[in-house]
Design a protein around this ligand. Structure first.
Ligand code: NAP
Length: 248
């Protein structure tokens, strides 16, 4: 059992992942922009009997990332698991997309995963063991209104494969999970943007999903848990689509 860092773990997929990794026996650093929301997840983990700390940090900011990882090491111990989950949407059609909406999405997803992984990897190398799981998306295959997000999520896949190649010799695996439609605040915001109710959006999505239901955060947490297992050490550089059906 080790220390796991989950970014964007105040809510949604990150919170479910933090709780699942705690149930698997790991101590958890809950990182998010908002400390009070992160504290709620950390308290739930502590109530379940594991150690947890909530840390307010912006994954796109190098100083913030460095001090967050230093706190994890001193309060919980060296991290053996990193889940790069923090994410934002700034959807718009290309011709209306601002430079700032492009930069924000690139910074949180790509710069964030880069900074977090760079800050954590030396601890994994020292331990000759590590598990890195990065959140991609089915949008990596292209999605209307998401030029920024789909580019970032495709970038995450290339980043993951390169980590697998560079870090494999140190006992570290790196894999990506590409969720399909998962019911969270993020997809609620998408419904708002499209001007439909969340129920209407869910119904429209479910009609396209082979298993005929929407995903929930625990569906993704289960896949993260799998990649973090001791006996998953020969699985690296993979992208697992968790979307209720095939994607290619
Ligand atoms: P969510 O409910 O919006 O939660 C994302 C969390 O990340 C929020 O707590 C947010 O904090 C935090 N965050 C945003 N920017 C951050 C930053 N710079 N530093 C630290 N934390 C930050 O999203 P979700 O649906 O759970 O998605 C989690 C991940 O899965 C994301 O990478 C997303 O792209 C990916 N994903 C989601 C879906 C889906 O259908 N939901 C599908 C495919 C992929 P604030 O609340 O303070 O902004």
């Amino acid at each position: 059992m080790t220390t796991a860092i989950v970014t964007g773990a105040a809510r949604g997929i990150g919170a479910a992942t933090a709780l699942r990794l705690a149930a698997d026996g790991h101590d958890i650093a809950v990182i998010d922009l908002d400390e009070s929301a992160a504290t709620a997840t950390a308290e739930e983990i502590k109530a379940s009997g594991r150690r947890a700390i909530a840390i307010a940090a912006d994954v796109a900011d190098a100083t913030s990332v460095q001090s967050a990882v230093e706190r994890v090491v001193s309060e919980l111990g060296a991290p053996g698991i990193l889940v790069n989950n923090a994410g934002v949407l700034r959807d718009n059609l290309l011709f209306k997309m601002s430079e700032s909406d492009w930069d924000t999405v690139m910074n949180v997803h790509l710069r964030g995963a880069f900074l977090m992984t760079k800050a954590v990897q030396s601890h994994m190398v020292d331990a000759s063991w590590g598990r890195i799981v990065n959140l991609s998306s089915t949008s990596a295959l292209g999605n209307r209104g998401q030029a920024n997000y789909s580019a970032a999520k495709a970038g995450i896949q290339g980043f993951t494969k390169t980590l697998a190649i560079e870090l494999g010799r140190y006992g570290i695996t790196a894999n990506a999970i590409a969720p399909g439609f998962i019911q969270t605040d993020m997809t609620r915001a998408t419904a708002d943007r499209l001007g439909v109710s969340f129920e209407q959006l869910v119904e429209a999505q479910v009609s396209q999903i082979p298993v005929a239901r929407a995903g929930v955060p625990d569906d993704i947490a289960a896949a993260v848990s799998f990649f973090c297992r001791e006996d998953a050490g020969f699985i690296s550089g993979q992208v697992l689509y968790v979307a209720g059906g095939p994607k290619s």
